[in-house]
Design a protein around this ligand. Structure first.
Ligand SMILES: Nc1nc2c(ncn2[C@@H]2O[C@H](COP(=O)(O)OP(=O)(O)OP(=O)(O)O)[C@@H](O)[C@H]2O)c(=O)[nH]1
Ligand SMILES: [Mg+2]
Length: 492
């Protein structure tokens, strides 16, 4: 799929003279050859960098305050491992990693940095690029005008993050809303999708720091109904809402937990009187100061920083159950973190659809280039892009691309649909491979597909539809018609 779009770029470049149009097409061409960009965004201190580390399986992104949390940081595959700091003046400084970690100082004030790219020889980065962003001021901090301010897209950092999101091929968004889902605030969420190619096919929300949710009890259980409510509110915008304990995920994935830490946990579990344990694990200060525990304060602080109180409780329970070695504990942390579901979405689903997402984004940009007006010398060559673009769009084999366009309009809030039609869109776009639309409704009969196609035709032809609505409705109708005919073929 992206090979065809790449060919289209090459054909156009053969005729384009230097100018804004040529630059745009060159950028599209270049973007097609870099891996899928997955951007992690969300509220200030919501755990973004911690989650990036968990995904990368190494503790590289700077956690907590520091210069690095105020710039967009992109992690790409590369050798030798290094940090490239691109200044707003265009000068690139190349820095080394400090013992596998980000350097503390980036060599210039953050407002003079336009981007930071970290090259790592990390297996995940063969398939995707991961982008960590500065935190947005979300409703927890800004309570007035929640809807407009929810995403905090004001100020330099907010704009940087919004820019990174608009360039993203896929989005992981950390929601800070833990206690109640703020419906108004969530409704403002889809604003972030305007001007991007993101949709429910390529975006997932994360309820982060779920361990802070429940005092006692299983926080994952407490999170489930909240995740359900948020998912209902964000239906059509994100593919799902996944509760995660990022800190435990990072500790489980990022090769920081040692055999010495496992021994330290055994010492914690040796405090076996239930009342003593409760006292010891009540607050961080209780744990740091508890008298009956044979551990240096620095070791206690280290355990807290890797696990926090809930993680410690999980660890103690695991030790009671026979966990001894670091690998015993890591398995338990991984399970308790809820990270596997998120990893599946990012690694399997997003990376698996890389071709479709990239082609979709490229075609969007090329279409925009074809309407460019400030490049008279290239006017004809740019306009000549339109007909081959249309041909690609109309190719039934590439119908998935057009479905993404519908999903994008739904996510961005520009296409409002009645419930039954919304369900049709979600059924099609939830397909692991949108090209195989038939697979989604396996078990449904050809009559069912025909009935859906009819429903869309009726909506399309309603005089109240705008031209855009009708066009998108046609895409859906044709999707189900294709499915219908394929069912017929199977039946024959
Ligand atoms: N208890 C708990 N703490 C967490 C979790 N995830 C992250 N933290 C802690 O929260 C603090 C902030 O985490 P970061 O990963 O730096 O958050 P961030 O969203 O990148 O923050 P900014 O980039 O500054 O906006 C750190 O001290 C983390 O250790 C979690 O799941 N549970
Ligand atoms: Mg951060």
């Amino acid at each position: 799929m992206s090979a065809r779009v790449r060919q289209l770029c090459d054909d156009a470049l053969a005729h384009l003279v230097p100018g804004p149009g040529r630059t745009m097409v060159e950028q599209v061409r270049a973007k097609l050859s870099v891996p899928l960009t997955i951007t992690v965004a969300g509220g200030v201190s919501s755990g973004k960098s911690t989650l990036v580390n968990a995904l990368l399986g190494q503790r590289i992104a700077a956690v907590d305050a520091g210069e690095c949390t105020r710039v967009v940081t992109e992690f790409r595959y590369g050798n030798p491992e290094r940090v490239e700091v691109v200044g707003t003046n265009g000068v690139v400084d190349v820095l080394g990693l400090a013992r596998g970690r980000m350097p503390e100082h980036l060599g210039r004030p953050t407002d003079e940095i336009s981007s930071v790219v970290v090259y790592l020889s990390n297996a995940l980065l063969n398939h995707v690029a991961v982008v960590d962003t500065p935190g947005l001021n979300t409703v927890t901090e800004v309570n007035e005008e929640t809807t407009s301010n929810f995403l905090g897209i004001s100020g330099r950092e907010g704009e940087l993050t919004a820019g990174a999101v608009s360039r993203a091929d896929a989005l992981v968004f950390l929601l800070p809303l833990l206690r109640q889902s703020d419906a108004d605030a969530l409704r403002g969420f889809s604003k972030l999708f305007g001007g991007s190619t993101l949709s429910s096919a390529s975006a997932v929300a994360v309820l982060s720091k779920v361990d802070r949710l429940a005092k006692g009890g299983d926080p994952m259980l407490a999170a489930a109904p909240i995740a359900g409510r948020v998912a209902a509110e964000l239906r059509g915008v994100v593919s799902g809402v996944i509760p995660v304990i990022g800190l435990l995920a990072e500790t489980a994935q990022a090769a920081v937990f040692t055999e010495a830490d496992a021994l330290a946990l055994a010492a914690v579990a040796a405090v076996d009187d239930p009342l003593d344990r409760d006292d010891m694990l009540l607050t961080s200060d209780d744990f740091l100061g508890f008298d009956g525990l044979d551990l240096e304060r620095s070791q206690r602080a280290r355990l807290l920083s890797m696990l926090d109180l809930y993680g410690l409780k999980v660890a103690v329970r695991a030790a009671d159950g026979g966990a001894r070695t670091a690998s015993d504990f890591l398995k338990v942390f991984d399970e308790a973190s809820g990270f596997a579901s998120l990893r599946d979405v990012v690694v399997q689903r997003f990376a698996g659809q890389s071709e479709v997402f990239k082609a979709h984004a490229a075609m969007n940009d090329l279409r925009r280039a074809s309407y460019l007006r400030n490049d008279p010398a290239n006017l004809r060559a740019l306009r000549a892009l339109r007909s081959p673009l249309e041909k690609i769009e109309l190719d039934p084999a590439l119908h998935g691309l057009r479905l993404l366009e519908v999903a994008q309009a739904v996510a961005a809030g520009t296409l409002a649909l009645p419930e039954s039609l919304l369900a049709d869109v979600l059924a099609l776009t939830a397909a692991p491979d949108p090209r195989s639309v038939v697979g989604v409704v396996a078990g449904r009969s050809s009559e069912a597909a025909a009935a859906v196609a009819k429903r869309w035709a009726a909506w399309e032809n309603d005089p109240r539809r705008s031209p855009v609505e009708s066009r998108l409705a046609r895409v859906m109708k044709e999707g189900y018609e294709m499915m219908w005919s394929e069912f017929d073929e199977v039946a024959r």
